[in-house]
Design a binder for this molecule. Sequence first.
Ligand SMILES: Cc1ncc(C[n+]2csc(CCOP(=O)(O)OP(=O)(O)O)c2C)c(N)n1
Length: 270
Amino acid sequence: MTVAKIKAVAREIRKHVIEMAYNAGGAHIGCSLSVVDVLACLYFNTLNIKPKLPHWKERDYFILSKGHACSALYATLAERGFFSPALLKRYMKNGSPIAGHVTLDSLPGIEATTGSLGHGLSLGTGIALSLKNDNKNSKVYVLVGDGEMEEGSVWEAVMFGGHNKINRLILIIDNNDLQIIGKSTAIMHSHPFEEKLESFGWKTVSINGHNINEIIDACKQTGREKPLAIIAKTIKGKGISFMENKLEWHGKSLTRDDYEKAIGELNKIP
Ligand SMILES: Cc1ncc(C[n+]2csc(CCOP(=O)(O)OP(=O)(O)O)c2C)c(N)n1
């Protein structure tokens, strides 16, 4: 798929995120908008998947460890054909399979239950190790938040992945420097990530997490000996002018005015 088409898909995913948040009466909007371009590149370029055969044995795996950003994942899976976009209207409704955090087997294409931060990389590391032991070519991509990098369990998985040279494991850090109550760099300075990860035996690549070419190129940087970490500089709330880098849009309900303004901005993108 061309860069222009991936950008167009990303715009559609952002529209779904806004619609879903509006219909649900609130959601993790800024957190979801932050990861849309990475998800669009993974699902429309990088991942070896078959949407109509979600359990295909040769597939690549994706785990959204920052499970609160699930609206972006649901919208991406729907756009990619895992299920009908009509299901998105049931996001966070009573009895709906589309919950406010990611739940395994609730929908086709979901590989892990996440939302309690700090677990996705350990899950992904285990899957990647078993794939390596079975001499499979499949890769495992895990997306975490930069605030989530403060969880000790993430660093245990980092140590394990580096020590075992799990070359098919790819960690993507959504490095937007905002978490739930402030700037990540002010709350717990786990940045910069590059030197720390390299000291644990990882290869690192630092990119602009909204640049389609950079994301796609970074995903190709896996090597023979090391797991790969992509540190993606992103903007929380990306794509909606009044949400970008605004802490309050971590999670909030939209007024009718907010909704119309946001959709209006997205409709102006070619
Ligand atoms: C173990 C755990 N503690 C606390 C929370 C509550 N929580 C939800 S989102 C969030 C902030 C996460 O920050 P970051 O990883 O930077 O993600 P972003 O806000 O950029 O989406 C927190 C603390 C949680 N989901 N899980």
